[in-house]
Ligand binder design. Structure first.
Ligand code: URA
Length: 235
């Protein structure tokens, strides 16, 4: 891929476009071993070697991370006061990462963080009906009647009832454990579906989104890059 030196460095988070222009002007940037002072110099990201302050800066067009989102962190790119899911990706190289969809602040689990807008669009598009699987603990006795209601679509106060969803009851009692597969992503959807049948979600974790299952070795707050196989499955 061909792009300008200042964009290359800004994309890699070295600074804003004007900061990197200054750095280039000061002679802090080398390309293939020579100082380059023209910000508009065109680079081939596959071949040219860039150094900033004597440190190599390789180019990543796209980055893909699986994060086990912990509770207490917001699904946003940046925030003045609050820690965001993107802040948790300490190894990130791109400055334009974002979460693919949102989990509530108190929800844990599988969240894809990337800068690949086309992929995000495909995964989030309402027409694609991508499966999302959640584990929840629910206050109240969840029954097969609830499963039937969810299968038929439930009124959560939107224009239309929810699409058919599969409820699998893992245990049932004063507090029940369930797995729920939904194919849309309405605001607070899982919590609102249980509210509609008179129950309250007290813990929620996403286990899967489309082909991407949460890596069980990731503790809340931990992340890793997607594997080649996961990327191929996504595409
Ligand atoms: N449904 C919810 O209610 N909350 C989430 O975070 C995700 C799905």
């Amino acid at each position: 891929m061909k792009l300008r030196l200042d964009k290359y460095l800004a994309d890699m988070g070295i600074g804003t476009r004007s900061e990197v222009k200054k750095a280039i002007g000061k002679g802090l940037v080398q390309v293939n071993g020579s100082v380059v002072k023209k910000t508009e110099t065109k680079l081939d990201t596959d071949k040219d070697e860039v150094m900033y302050c004597s440190n190599p800066v390789s180019y990543a067009e796209y980055e893909y991370y699986m994060l086990n989102k912990p509770a207490g962190v917001i699904s946003a790119t940046q925030d003045k006061g609050e820690q965001t899911v993107v802040d948790l990706i300490a190894d990130r190289r791109r400055k334009d990462l974002f979460p693919v969809g949102r989990l509530d602040r108190d929800t844990e689990g599988m969240l894809l963080i990337t800068n690949d807008g086309a992929l995000a669009h495909r995964l989030l598009s309402p027409d694609k009906h991508i499966d999302k699987v959640y584990y929840a603990r629910v206050r109240g006795t969840v029954t097969e009647k609830d499963a039937e209601v969810f299968r038929n679509g439930v009124d959560i106060g939107e224009d239309r009832p929810t699409l058919p969803a599969e409820l699998h009851i893992l245990s049932s009692g004063d507090e029940s454990e369930i797995e729920l597969t939904i194919r849309e992503g309405k605001f607070h959807q899982v919590k609102r579906m249980f509210q509609a049948v008179g129950k309250e979600v007290v813990y929620l974790k996403r286990l899967r989104m489309g082909p991407l299952s949460l890596d069980g070795t990731l503790k809340p707050g931990q992340y890793r890059k997607l594997t080649q196989k996961e990327l191929e499955e996504l595409c």
